[in-house]
Design a protein around this ligand. Structure first.
Ligand SMILES: NC(=O)C1=CN([C@@H]2O[C@H](COP(=O)(O)OP(=O)(O)OC[C@H]3O[C@@H](n4cnc5c(N)ncnc54)[C@H](O)[C@@H]3O)[C@@H](O)[C@H]2O)C=CC1
Ligand SMILES: C[N+](C)(C)CC(=O)CC(=O)[O-]
Length: 491
């Protein structure tokens, strides 16, 4: 599902939305009167291109077209989705939303990035009230999946459902909030923590860095994968949540926190916070900090994907939904031309595959080829249920030639030939390319095994048959250059 998005306000958040849409194949038109908007958005987009395409294990669609427009009307013309991301001032948002009337279709979703306003506040007096919803994202919008979707009685539930489906297709996690409240869910929580942190600095208890350490070395890591309630359930020991509440519930009555009090943001306090923040992080530019943050986020979300958990499980589901559109098939019977090498991997190089030389590290060539082998196994019928019944393939020999380098975010494909598929043997030839350049070849010998005895055994007839047919179809192709070669420089 792609389309045309209009971004109204291309600052920190509008820029992130633009990147999310563009890298998922949408055309994007931006309206922002700031003369620096194009430069700033370009820098955000550059960071996004490094990090988002490699987040999942399946290639994203080709990038859409980006356009900067001189007027709001020009930007939103023909848009399927308009995302308002102007500064958090209600009168400004009202003005911008009112200007959309007459310029957008009746089915265009008008999302507002507002961190705090309720949808009914945004919709007040608006001709297009029924099309306006809160779509509150999290920075960086191109990597973090959460979007809080909040509507009001003015919105048709089917309209909200459709908006959520479009966000899901962008790899996002729309969280539909049933009741409208100031600051939705997440910012209500974040503001409570932010207020307490300001008190801690104001009272001289902790520096900005010490507070950040208290989060990032401890509960922040827990929150990223289990949130609050699941974490506390475990903290209650075997008796779970009930014991946790009976032990720590009474503390809520003690004045552990400042609750609703807000410290006065005096010049002195602002200087103290900003000065400590400079001392803590001032050696990095904001763009550098963004790149460090993005690398960490990609690493964490890819680790969660290995456990099929939380944000990682969402990414896996997105990959599975994208696989067919990316040209990957699950069974040899679905190949349009079985006589050609089979597309077994199409993805971008993730940030966590990059080494100190600034390119994809050697071990990841094997990782990519292993993913390609896994898909070929699935295609011949050696899938999860076959493996659960006790049959599989083990790799017994591998020869990889590293022919060219590739950088973070670059697209890579692997095409695979079956050089031999007979009896217990599966002899594969993988070729990895990026934009027409041959990056590597991988030659792999696998043997079918009985997982009960851990010894070589013939595959089940349906697997043997599919493999033999593919090997026969590939036999007409000329032998690939380098196949069967030993290790060493060519003489
Ligand atoms: N910065 C953050 O962490 C987050 C912000 N938000 C929300 O996103 C919205 C935007 O915030 P930021 O991107 O942080 O602000 P920002 O200041 O970085 O960007 C706002 C952009 O809007 C442009 N603008 C001002 N008037 C405009 C108009 N009439 N038409 C078009 N563009 C106009 C400005 O030139 C600027 O580039 C706010 O509602 C904010 O609450 C939501 C999630 C996180
Ligand atoms: C600070 N903030 C209220 C603008 C933050 C958000 O709205 C969400 C985020 O990205 O933390």
């Amino acid at each position: 599902m792609s389309g045309k998005a209009a971004i109204v306000g291309g600052g920190v958040i509008g820029g992130g939305w633009a990147a999310r849409f563009l890298l998922n194949g949408w055309d994007v038109a931006v309206f922002d009167p700031d003369p620096q908007a194009e430069r700033k958005l370009g820098e955000v987009l550059e960071n996004a291109r490094r990090s988002l395409p490699g987040l999942g294990d399946v290639a994203l669609p080709s990038e859409g077209q980006l356009r900067f427009c001189a007027s709001l009307a020009e930007a939103v013309d023909g848009a399927d989705w308009v995302q308002e991301s102007v500064p958090e001032r209600l009168e400004l948002k009202h003005r911008v939303l009112a200007e959309l009337a007459g310029h957008v279709r009746a089915d265009t979703v008008i999302g507002s990035s507002t961190s705090g306003f309720k949808p009914s506040e945004l919709q007040e007096g608006q001709a297009l009230a029924g099309q306006i919803v809160v779509a509150h994202p999290f920075n960086p919008v191109y990597l973090l999946p959460l979007v809080e979707i909040v509507g009001s009685p003015a919105n048709d539930p089917a309209f909200i459902e459709d908006a959520c489906a479009r966000l899901t297709a962008l790899g996002m996690k729309p969280l539909h909030i049933r009741a409208e409240i100031d600051a939705h869910i997440a910012d209500r929580l974040l503001e409570a923590v932010w207020r307490e942190a300001l008190w801690l600095v104001r009272d001289g208890i902790a520096t900005t860095e010490e507070i950040d350490d208290a989060i990032r070395f401890g509960f922040g890591l827990r929150w990223a994968q289990m949130g609050l309630f699941e974490t506390y359930r475990i903290a209650g020991g075997e008796a779970g949540m009930r014991h946790f509440i009976s032990q720590f519930g009474p503390c809520l009555q003690w004045p552990w926190t400042k609750l609703m009090d807000v410290p006065e943001l005096t010049d002195d306090l602002i200087e103290r916070i900003a000065g400590q923040s400079d001392a803590q992080s001032g050696t990095h530019s904001i763009r550098e900090l963004e790149r460090i943050r993005d690398g960490n986020l990609v690493g964490m979300m890819r680790a969660l994907a290995l456990n099929d958990w939380g944000a990682g499980a969402l990414q896996n589901a997105h990959d599975a939904a994208r696989a067919q559109a990316a040209g990957l098939v699950d069974h040899v019977g679905a190949l349009s031309d079985p006589s050609l090498p089979v597309l077994t991997l199409t993805r971008a190089v993730p940030l966590d595959w990059i080494d100190y030389n600034g390119h994809m590290t050697e071990a990841r060539y094997l990782d990519a080829f292993a993913q390609a082998t896994d898909r070929l196994m699935r295609m011949v019928g050696c899938d999860d249920s076959y493996i659960a019944e006790g049959g599989s393939f083990f790799t017994v020999e591998t020869h990889i030639r590293h022919l060219d380098e590739v950088r973070a975010g670059a697209p890579i494909t692997v095409h695979t030939r079956v050089l031999e598929g007979a009896g217990k043997k599966m002899h594969l030839w993988h070729e990895m390319q990026s934009d027409g350049r041959l990056l590597a070849t991988g030659e792999h010998m696998l043997l079918h095994v009985d997982l009960a005895t851990r010894r070589a055994s013939p595959p089940a007839p349906q697997v043997a048959g599919a493999l033999e047919r593919l090997a026969a179809a590939h036999a007409a192709l000329p032998l690939p250059e380098g196949a069967g070669r030993g290790v060493g420089a060519p003489r």
